[in-house]
Design a protein around this ligand. Sequence first.
Ligand SMILES: [Zn+2]
Ligand SMILES: [Zn+2]
Length: 368
Amino acid sequence: MPRQSKDYYAILGVPRDASQEDIKKAYKKLIKQWHPDLHPENKKEAEEKFKEIQEAYEVLSDPQKKAMYDRFGYVGETEFAQQSSGSPFEDVFRDFESFFGRDVFDIFFGERGTEERQQTRRRSGEDISITVEIDFTESLVGKQIPVEYDRYEKCDHCDGQGIEPGSGYQTCPRCHGTGVIREERRSVFGVFVSTKTCGTCGGTGKVVKEKCHVCGGTGRVKKRIRTTVNIPAGISDGTRLRIDGAGNAGYGGGPYGDLYIVVHVKPDKRFRRQDDDIYVDVSIDYIQAILGATIKIDLPTGGSTMLRIPPGTQPGSIFRLKGEGAPSVRTGKRGDLYVTVNVKIPDSVSSEEARLLKELAKIRGTNI
Ligand SMILES: [Zn+2]
Ligand SMILES: [Zn+2]
């Protein structure tokens, strides 16, 4: 999936070496300047801009995401951000809540805060979790993998409201608009009267005249999603990637849930990973151990390199190949490759070899 990567630094108007303080300052200034309510004449554009500023800040203010962005030019987790439908304004709210806490409403929405906040309480959609499997080598170099999953999307026909457009509400036939049900129970002691909330209308006294005929009143329709996910280089087994807003649609037009991608890295037959270092065992001949040799070492990312084994190498010796380990997802800095050298003792030797070894034993005064 080709992607236009955005220049988050340019969006916030800060140099690439800007401090967190400067980034925050630039963000605060811009977000006030571009608040959609201040641009009624070109609200759409302001909303876009607002969202972009916010996206840039979300990445640059988070050391991990920033490091990933600086290295790869994008952040895996925000890849689907564009996909969430619903008005961009809703997304803005949800994102604010998740990374700022509640204070932000007081700063930007003043008096109207309460009203807006209630809207965000419309139930949000469920998160979805899927598992993908990649090879060990792929986990070191990164991979774009196709994924397929089902999710609920907002029903376009009723705009997520579950009501057939134009049908409106009618008085609840069960409670006749009172929202409560009266129950009378007669016994020898007299008549007992109790009231409870009407289950048909949930106490509102109103019911939908006609449910949306597309989604059956749920406001959501199931859809098969086929897309591509970027697995960043250096990812380790069991890592969870979060993709904002790629989960199920919310209820009543509420915000989308998130998609979690659990990455399973298939174990390799030869290479083992620990943190960002990788370990491998190789075997050499006893002659090579005694006399020294240059041997070929396969690298975990593919390809090979030559390793010089000095004369007199002991079984179990460990050699370090600097920077040939796994890249750190956070910093991109690579770990090392540790090569443990085992010395092969032949099961059997030819008579000629045996003769020479006996000669050697004699020279060395070795008792055999
Ligand atoms: Zn009712
Ligand atoms: Zn519908």
